[in-house]
Design a protein around this ligand. Structure first.
Ligand code: HEM
Length: 459
């Protein structure tokens, strides 16, 4: 079956563009080919990209048996291992998803509220007035501490600190636009010793695994079913034959949750802080809405605030952390907007392109939270967390954390962007993140209702 048109340049070159400048690659091709085009990537093959909401709806609402998606995520295997939910398909995916779902369910969020506020305060409190810090590193520290607590039920101790540091290093080793190539070009995955990029990655991963296996062993030996953390839940789970999960299954799911559970949210939070500093009117409106809740507001009241919600949605619209959903691999044949695709065709709803359609979002490159107050978008027009049977498992936690941490920081701290140059999104592994240039200066603490002179002077 003939695939839709797309760029004719060699797959190696398309892959290089996709890795080095994913936004440029997508925007150029959307301008040229419209709502649908076929990309051809070295080592991945052809992927048909869609941006029309009707196409997105047809793909995301299809019967789960129409597609595989896990085997399309092979690129992540070196990080998460082959037992990871991200890589599973069929019945096993369904079973494991059901098992992992409860701790991320809406009503569990209340348990995490206090923790998120405390951790955010601790991390932000590290900087003295006048100090400048890298925003993404700060937000990563916040989201990493939150997910470590949810997964292990721990917030301190030597092993906890070591897991936190190692996880950060493992991710940073494939996190820059350049080192991301390690994931996309398997030929670069060569261990030429501890100083080679892949060699460094492999050694860090081995150290992390050692810590995780030690924790699994100890917890298995002293299982305390009254604990509510995710590791306890997984250790207590049994499959149909009554068998518990093996150590390597547990390790892979732990790394998956640690990875998926903090990288993405850290990026979203960094962008939310950027926009609320870049655009003073956004910050003022946020503060006004938050101040109206009075002192020490309840986290559940904060997350219901309409303008805060609109700011967080616009943050995820303009630079969605995931550019595309997981590609769906057609099992026998599948029709999208009247066009038939045969078995093994890779179809990918393109979140970034849908979120930049002029017909849905006028002036799509402008940050305008008001659009989310004026209009209700469908889950196929706005879908930062994907959809269907692969929809992000942590969406409720991510939104909760993004809202609470943004609210806390904007209302309690006076920050300033040290320079006015716009920050562009760059590739970070398989995601899109602000460049490392994004820094903020700490001006001091703020009392609710106060507009300090320091900040006014800085604008
Ligand atoms: C702003 C933050 C986040 C964004 C933008 C995001 C985005 C996504 C997207 C786009 C997908 C693929 C959905 C699809 O293909 O339909 C996904 C899957 C997933 N996400 Fe998230 N995510 C975020 C935070 C989290 C958090 C906090 C967790 C918590 C553990 C998490 C765990 C997962 C898992 C396990 C999957 C795989 C689901 C499956 O294969 O069934 N994510 N996420």
């Amino acid at each position: 079956m003939k695939l839709p048109d797309g760029p004719q340049i060699p797959p190696m070159l398309q892959m290089t563009q996709w890795v080095a400048d994913p936004v440029g690659y997508m925007e150029t091709n959307a301008r040229r080919y419209g709502d649908v085009f076929t990309a051809r990537f070295r080592s991945l093959g052809a992927i048909v990209f869609f941006s029309h909401p009707q196409a997105v709806q047809e793909i995301l609402t299809a019967d789960a048996r129409s597609f595989d998606a896990g085997r399309g995520n092979g690129i992540l295997m070196s990080l998460v291992g082959d037992n990871s939910l991200l890589l599973l398909d069929g019945e096993r995916h369904k079973r494991e998803r059901k098992l992992l779902m409860p701790p991320f369910h809406g009503d569990r969020m209340q348990t995490y509220g206090k923790l998120i506020v405390e951790i955010t305060r601790q991390v932000m409190g590290q900087w003295q007035a006048g100090e400048t810090f890298k925003v993404r590193s700060a937000t990563q520290e916040i989201t990493m501490r939150v997910i470590l607590n949810a997964v292990f039920g721990l917030s301190e101790g030597e092993r906890y600190e070591r897991v936190r540091r190692l996880m950060g290093k493992v991710l940073d080793s494939t996190g820059s636009p350049l080192t991301s190539s390690l994931l996309f070009f398997p030929m670069l995955q060569q261990d030429w010793g501890a100083w080679s990029p892949w060699g460094r990655f492999v050694r860090l991963r081995a150290q992390l695994d050692e810590l995780l296996y030690a924790e699994i062993r100890e917890r298995r030996e002293n299982l305390d079913p009254s604990r509510t953390d995710i590791l306890t839940l997984l250790l207590s789970a049994r499959d149909e034959q009554g068998e518990p999960m093996t150590d390597s299954q547990l390790r892979d799911e732990l790394v998956t949750l640690l990875l998926a559970g903090h990288e993405t949210t850290a990026t979203a939070l960094a962008w939310a802080l950027y926009w609320s500093q870049k655009l003073p009117e956004v910050r003022q409106k946020l503060r006004k809405e938050l101040d109206e809740l009075g002192e020490n507001p309840d986290p559940m009241a904060i997350v219901k605030l309409p303008y805060l919600n609109a700011v967080c949605q616009e943050t995820l619209r303009i630079y969605p952390v995931a550019l595309i959903t997981f590609p769906r691999i057609v099992n026998s044949s599948f029709e999208v907007m009247g066009q038939k695709f045969g078995a093994e065709t890779w179809l990918a709803p393109c979140i970034y392109l849908t979120h930049h359609r002029e017909d849905l979002y006028p002036e799509p490159h402008q940050f305008k939270p008001e659009r989310f107050l004026e209009r209700q978008y469908s889950p196929y027009e706005f879908y930062p967390f994907g959809g269907g049977n692969r929809r992000c498992l942590g969406a409720a936690l991510a939104m909760y954390e993004l809202k609470l941490a943004t609210a806390m920081i904007v209302s309690e701290f006076d920050l300033r962007l040290p320079d006015d140059r716009p920050i562009k999104p760059v590739r970070r592994g398989v995601t899109l993140a602000p460049s490392n240039r994004l820094q903020l200066s700490m001006c001091g603490r703020r009392m609710p209702g106060e507009t300090p002179r320091k900040v006014l002077l800085a604008q």
